[in-house]
Design a protein around this ligand. Structure first.
Ligand code: SF4
Length: 60
């Protein structure tokens, strides 16, 4: 996504199993490499992660 994504939008690099199609590839964005998953951000499910991360994106 060369121009980034809007808050709440699913990354186009996620596959049907919610795995990153760019994992371990050089074109994976640096911000993704630096991100460290934690419960406060990711919750305990995909639905929780989308809700929390969308809220954080809208606030920043
Ligand atoms: S790690 Fe980055 S590129 Fe990969 S799916 Fe997540 S947001 Fe998209």
């Amino acid at each position: 996504m060369p121009n980034g994504k809007v808050a709440g939008q699913r990354c186009i690099q996620l596959d049907e199993n919610n795995l990153c199609k760019l994992f371990n590839k050089p074109e994976r964005p640096p911000v993704c490499l630096q991100f460290k998953p934690m419960r406060d951000v990711c919750g305990d499910s995909n639905e929780a992660a989308m809700k929390i991360i969308t809220e954080l994106e809208l606030l920043t």
